[in-house]
Design a protein around this ligand. Structure first.
Ligand SMILES: *Cc1c(COP(=O)(O)O)cnc(C)c1O
Length: 354
């Protein structure tokens, strides 16, 4: 067991910080100088290490590659108005990583290993947190099986790591989506609520087919009837109908997004009616045609809010009204950004200083 939380830190002698051009950041290509690595062996997590970012060595029989015991998280650190750096709801990511781990028969990570390791890593690479408006340091915690054995059973050994990369403001160009009625992202009782690698690999073909037809992404529908809305791409999805914020209720096939949760908490705090329930594609299209649906948007860490401009349904495109500055989507996006950058008060205690 971990006797102490002392982290073994091996700083780089060849920083790549000069390669960082805040005006030209492509998502997920340039990584900060260091990474966190922790190995699980003999039924225990070993001492966490922070080492220079670089390749890992794995067996060709690695069971994550063959059988998919691999999970991840996505979160961000933000430069604050006073120059310091803070994380947005990191405990929520830790809890969700462990929920994913349990579903995939992987060991859970102790809170202090995750949070302390994360803070030490971000502190060491604080110069990589951009200070251009809207930018942030994207953080990717991940865990995968490391046994080099072909038996189909849970691995005995695992690697937990955290890598980070600076990201630019996301330009929320309104997107074209279509309701997917052939392929399925996740079924009830499956692993859709877990952030496990296989969910994303299996979504690539349907997404590519939609892109070939001129859509940016899909709105996934339920596996049994292809009727009820699940998510939009790798984001949760919300609608404003009759002035109420409507979103699919969580289930085993829907990812419990931290942005989703935060947006709903803000909406309730503003006195809006929030409905977490089943939402059918037919209800959405009918409400849009009747002028009752005024907004539709995805919510997730990468984009925060991704407004939907057009929805394809049974071969026909339906356009949404343009979002005004007083729309819920714009107001809640601005409110979240202000909290994350320390420009507004943080009444929920979401921000954690590094
Ligand atoms: C990560 C993810 C989300 C969004 O979760 P956030 O915590 O808000 O970033 C939504 N759906 C899927 C499928 C995801 O993987």
């Amino acid at each position: 067991m971990l006797d102490t939380l002392a982290i073994d830190i091996q700083p780089t002698t060849a920083s790549r910080l000069t390669q960082l051009d805040p005006a030209n950041m492509e998502f997920g290509k340039l990584f900060a100088d260091h990474m966190l690595s922790v190995e699980y062996t003999g039924g225990e997590w070993q001492q966490p290490r922070i080492v220079p970012y670089g390749p890992l060595s794995i067996s060709p029989a690695n069971s994550a590659i063959h059988y998919g015991q691999a999970i991840f998280e996505g979160m961000k650190a933000y430069r604050q108005a006073d120059g310091s750096v803070a994380l947005f709801r990191p405990s929520a990511n830790w809890q969700r990583l462990n929920a994913s781990a349990e579903r995939m028969a992987m060991p859970t990570i102790p809170e202090d290993v995750f949070l302390h390791g994360l803070r030490e890593l971000v502190k060491l690479d604080a110069a990589w947190v951009p200070n251009v408006a809207g930018s942030s340091l994207y953080i990717r915690p991940f865990m995968f099986a490391t046994d080099g054995a072909l038996g189909v059973r849970p691995s005995d050994t695992y690697h937990f790591g955290i890598i980070t990369c600076p990201v630019a403001a996301f330009f929320n160009k309104p997107v074209r989506v279509r309701f997917e009625q052939k392929y399925v992202r996740a079924a009830a009782g499956g692993a859709g609520y877990a952030k496990n690698a296989g969910n994303y690999g299996a979504a690539m073909l349907p997404s590519k087919l939609a892109q070939q037809d001129g859509y940016h992404q899909l709105i996934w529908t339920d596996a049994s009837e292809h009727q009820y809305v699940e998510e939009s791409g790798a984001m949760n999805v919300m609608f404003v109908i009759d002035g109420k914020v409507v979103t699919p209720a969580l289930s085993t096939s829907i990812l419990d997004g931290i942005t989703r949760r935060s947006v709903l908490e803000l909406a309730r705090g503003w006195g809006l009616t929030v409905e977490e329930r089943r939402v059918s594609s037919r209800e959405i299209i009918e409400a849009l045609q009747a002028g009752r649906l005024t907004e539709a948007f995805g919510v997730g860490t990468a984009a925060t809010i991704a407004p939907i401009a057009t929805m394809g349904y049974e071969g026909q495109d339906h356009d949404l009204p343009a979002l005004s500055d007083t729309s819920f989507a714009r107001r809640v996006g601005a409110a979240l950004d202000a909290i994350r950058t320390g420009q507004a008060a943080d009444p929920h205690g979401w921000m954690v200083a590094v």
